[in-house]
Every structure is written in structure tokens, then in C-alpha cells.
Design a protein around this ligand. Structure first.
Ligand SMILES: [Zn+2]
Length: 73
């Protein structure tokens, strides 16, 4: 639930404007857990995460091949 740390108040997300500014003091409010339901895009794993995973797997696989090669050669 959105809350203003300055005023120590909680707000209904529907009562806030798009910028999430506190109507009392004009400061940016702290967006709580409720906001994640409205912003699913940030919950998804970005495509570059999988690029990193693939790079790590490839690197570890290469090191494994090198390690096996050292044992037998
Ligand atoms: Zn406030």
C-alpha cells in the first residue's frame, strides 16, 4: 500500500495521481506491495538475464572440459 513517510499516512492507490505524489505534502510516496500487481512487467525476468545465464553455463562447461582435459593429458 502506498504510504507517505513524511506525513506517516497510507493512501489508496486510486486516490493518487500517476506520479504517486502525496496530496498533503507533495512528496513522492513510498509504493508498497500493492503496486506490484499493477506493474507485472518488472516482475518478468528480462531477456538479458538469460543471456547471462547462458554465458555462465557456457563458461562453466568450458572450464569443466579444461579440467577433464588436465586430468587425462
Ligand atoms: Zn505527505
Amino acid at each position: 500500500m502506498p504510504s507517505c513517510n513524511t506525513c506517516d499516512k497510507f493512501f489508496n492507490p486510486a486516490t493518487l495521481d500517476e506520479e504517486g505524489v502525496c496530496p498533503d505534502c507533495g512528496r513522492q510516496v513510498t509504493i508498497g506491495e500493492m503496486a506490484h500487481d499493477f506493474d507485472n512487467e518488472t516482475v518478468k525476468v528480462p531477456w538479458h538475464f538469460w543471456v547471462g545465464v547462458a554465458a555462465v553455463i557456457g563458461y562453466l562447461g568450458w572450464r569443466l572440459i579444461q579440467g577433464v582435459g588436465l586430468l587425462f593429458w
